[in-house]
Design a binder for this molecule. Structure first.
Ligand SMILES: O=C1O[C@H](COP(=O)(O)O)[C@@H](O)[C@H](O)[C@H]1O
Length: 266
């Protein structure tokens, strides 16, 4: 069973006894959001990341979710992508295709991957243009006070350095306010060329989940969630603060091992 604690500005924090338990809880959370969104808007616009997240989503491919989720209503995006060919082992698209998308009946034309045959800058521009068209048709919802996209769910991982999507600590793109999709060519983690949703787009989503496992990430989890005072470095994961949406952290015990702030109850 997950131990759950609500930390006011930092969202709900769920700590799991095992990766198996976390995967079940994550599948349940995504399935419930999908059901609510399809009921309310007729569609579910979800942005994926790469890394360990996709394997942790694996239970969605099994019963009951493979049958109960309304896959035909899903629209898939990437909160970050590496600018490599789609069949490259570094591609977040390939990871998701192999681990999830090829195993459930998602409509291929609903899968919005990046153009990988251009530069990172052009890929970011192309992707933003594609999202703009889908915002016009409301396949992606729009925020109340701007023309910005409001994804039903953005699923993020976090690196040991606190990076989320491909937004790395101290990088200038962290302060990007005008673009929806940005690019980098100097990622400290290979491959160097990547695109990512900007912080404003992440923080306008209706729901954001940060899915983080392993003791190598415990210090960054502590810095991102606990109140560590004014000297706390500005971590991308800490900057994930949905303005009106809900934030949920899915952690395993090793990732949560340095957390001090939350009081948890079963
Ligand atoms: O490079 C990336 O890393 C992060 C974290 O990956 P993880 O394997 O440590 O979970 C991932 O969320 C992001 O999508 C990816 O491009």
């Amino acid at each position: 069973m997950a131990l759950s604690g609500t930390c006011t500005e930092r969202g709900e924090v769920k700590i799991h006894e095992s990766l198996d338990e976390l995967s079940t809880d994550l599948a349940d959370y995504i399935a419930k959001l999908s059901e609510a969104s399809v009921k309310e808007r007729g569609v579910f616009a979800v942005a994926l990341s790469g890394g360990s997240l996709i394997d942790l989503m694996r239970k969605l491919c099994d019963a009951p979710y493979n049958k109960t989720v309304d896959w035909a209503k899903w629209y898939i995006f990437w909160a970050d992508e590496r600018v490599v060919a789609k069949n490259h082992s570094n591609s977040n698209y390939k990871l998701a295709k192999d681990g999830l998308l090829s195993k459930v009946p998602i409509i291929p034309s609903h899968v919005h991957s990046i153009n990988d045959s251009v530069s990172a800058e052009e890929a970011a521009d192309d992707y933003e243009f594609a999202i703009r068209q889908l915002v016009k048709t409301r396949m992606v919802s729009v925020s109340e006070n701007s023309d910005c996209p409001k994804f039903d769910l953005i699923l993020l991982g976090m690196g040991p350095d606190g990076h989320a999507a491909s937004l790395f600590p101290n990088h200038s793109v962290l302060s990007e306010k005008d673009e929806w999709v940005t690019f980098i060519t100097d990622s400290p983690k290979p491959p160097p060329e990547r695109i990512a949703f900007t912080m404003p787009v992440i923080n306008l989503a209706s729901n954001v989940a940060l899915v983080v496992t392993g003791d190598v990430k415990a210090e960054a989890v502590h810095l991102a969630i606990d109140d560590v005072g004014p000297d706390c470095p500005s971590l991308p994961a800490k900057m994930v603060q949905p303005m009106k949406g809900n934030l949920v952290w899915f952690l395993d015990k090793p990732a949560a091992s340095k957390l001090g702030r939350c009081q948890f109850s079963e």
